[in-house]
Structures are given as C-alpha cells and as structure tokens.
Design a protein around this ligand. Structure first.
Ligand code: DX5
Ligand code: ZN
Length: 322
C-alpha cells in the first residue's frame, strides 16, 4: 500500500502491559509506521510506566522506529539511556524545571530526532527559544498521564502555528499529535497539518481491529489535510528520501560535501547504477523529499557540473574498455 504523508505511531500504553512485545508485534502487523513509547515517572505525571531497560528489551522485537515520549521531570538524567536503548526520536516536555536545550542537543548529537511536547494549556510560544534544536513538535491533546481520554480540540489548533517552528531547515521537521486520536478525530487533526498521529486506545481497546483503525486514522487524516490545504505542497516528514543523482564516487562525494555544508542531510550509497573502470558501482545520492526543491534551486550548477564530469568519465572508461 503506497504510503501518503501522514504517519501513525502506535502508543502501547493501553496495550497489554503484561506482554509489551506482543503489543509491539500487533502494532507492526496492524501497519503502524512507528512505535510510540510513553515513559512516565510518577512525578511529572501522576502515573508510572516503564524505563529505558524495557525499551531496550523491546528494541529487538521490531525494526519500526521508536518514538520515545518522556513524561519525566529530569529528562537530562536519563536521555543517554534512551539513546542507548535504540530510540529513533526522543521527545521531552518543555514544562520540565531543568534546561531543555542541552537534552535536545544530546539527542541530536546521537543522530536521533529531538522533540518538545506541550501540555494542552502550554502556549506554543514556549518553544520559540528552542527552534534551532527542534525536529519534532508534539502537541498534546489530552492531559499527559493516561490513555483513553477524550480529545481536546482547542489545543490541537497550535498545529497551525507549529509548522514554522520546524520548517526553517531545507527538510521539514515533524508535527505530532498525541492524545484522543481515533477515527472520529483524525480528519480534523489532518486538516491542521499533523505529520504523525499517535494512536493508543483506539488500536488496543477490546474488540478493536488495530489494522482497520490504523487505516481509518491514516486515510481520514490524509483526507483532512488534502481538503484543508487544497493541494499546497505537503510538508513531508523528514524520513521520506528521494534520489537526486547517481554518480561515480569522485563526483558524488564532492556534491555530498556541498549539500551537507548547506545543512541538507544526504544518504550516499551504492545503488543499481553502472560499474566504473575502478570496479566500483556508482553511488546514489538521496536527500529528504522536502529538501529536494532546495537542492534543485540552490545547487543546480553543482549538480549539472557533477553530471557532466560523470558523463566524461563514463565515456573515458568506455573508451579504455573500462
Ligand atoms: C498520554 C500519552 C499518549 C496516550 C495516547 O499521556 O502520551 O501517548 O497514550 O493514548 P490515546 O490514543 O488512548 O489517547
Ligand atoms: Zn505519548
């Protein structure tokens, strides 16, 4: 099934806590794009769940990305453990009493996505000082601490303003919505531009068909987005990549350096291109799909020069029977 732009992250908080590995497998079989892990310390929120060791134990159960949502008062104290445990993104709460920037930077330094979550009553402006360190803005539409609560429409509207907090990089960050997301609320949430919808009890409630709920939430959110944004270029989450060139190693590595200096992440790997005279298969260069316009606008001359140089090299290789 072709994936649209909306991603579903399954929260296992309301699954069978006596068998989390089974819950993760169920979520994966249901077609969830990510696993959302609600970590609670009984202090920041009036509930306790699990820690990094549980996350580490679950890491081997699935290859799906792990989105950790730390509802804890001292994220700086535990962030390394969650990095070590294999989380792909770590979202902490902006309301904690300690500085948040160092923790966000630690997450980024480990090559993971760094996020800030907002309680329903917390204004979006609280995130302004951290723009440079943000990959994810998580808008909570229930009071953190428990699954199965009713969706709060008013706080969801922060999404409309939140995009500008994460779109200052060539590839866009992600807007997450967490709490009370289900088939009734998904279309409205999609119309606000959310990229990742966290779904918990709607998947695991007795009698639910998790695959059907996942499909309904995703398709209704896509519909809500398409209708509200009327064909504007959808902000793509940062984990969609597109190939922009296939080049011999020499030309490719030069281009990679230029793009990375411009803050555009590049994946540079041998693809299915031709094999050069040096016996090395040519490399594919991939960038986040939302960065493609920036690459084609800002780096067109460098891209054309690399392609021209590659064509000359291929001709020379063919000439000497390479
Ligand atoms: C609440 C958690 C949410 C919650 C979502 O504090 O952060 O992730 O588990 O569950 P539902 O979808 O049931 O609101
Ligand atoms: Zn959560």
């Amino acid at each position: 099934m072709t994936r649209g732009r909306v991603l579903v992250a399954a929260s296992i908080l309301n699954a069978d806590l006596g068998n989390l590995a089974h819950a993760v497998r169920r979520a994966e079989r249901a077609g969830a794009d990510r696993i959302h892990l609600d970590v609670m310390d009984g202090h920041f929120v009036p509930n306790m769940t699990f820690g990094a060791s549980t996350v580490a134990a679950l890491r081997g159960v699935t290859r799906l990305p792990f989105d950790a949502h730390l509802m804890i008062s001292e994220p700086s104290r535990y962030v390394d453990e969650f990095i070590e445990a294999g989380c792909d993104s770590i979202t902490i709460h902006v309301e904690v009493e300690e500085p948040v920037a160092p923790t966000l930077r630690a997450v980024r330094a480990a090559g993971r996505a760094a996020g800030l979550a907002l309680r329903p009553a917390t204004p979006l402006a609280m995130l302004e000082p951290f723009r440079e360190d943000l990959d994810i803005v998580m808008v909570m539409t229930v009071e953190p601490g428990f699954g199965g609560q009713a969706f709060l429409r008013e706080p969801a509207r922060k999404l409309l303003e939140a995009r500008r907090l994460v779109d200052h990089r060539p590839w866009s960050g992600e807007l997450h919505v967490d709490g009370g997301v289900n088939r009734e609320t998904a279309e409205y949430i999609g119309s606000l531009g959310a990229d990742v919808l966290v779904v918990g009890s709607a998947l695991f409630r007795r009698g639910s068909d998790p695959a059907r709920e996942t499909r309904l939430v995703r398709s209704l959110a896509e519909e809500g987005f398409a209708h509200a944004f009327r064909g504007e270029r959808p902000p793509a989450p940062r984990d969609r990549w597109v190939r922009i060139a296939t080049l011999p190693r020499a030309q490719g590595s030069g281009l990679v350096r230029r793009l990375e200096e411009d803050g555009i992440p590049v994946i540079f790997l041998r693809g299915d291109g031709p094999v050069g005279a040096d016996g090395v298969r040519e490399y594919d260069l991939l960038v986040p799909v939302a960065a493609e316009p920036a690459v084609r606008e800002r780096h067109a001359p460098a891209l054309a020069a690399a392609e021209a140089s590659a064509a000359l090299q291929r001709t020379a290789d063919a000439g000497d029977g390479g």
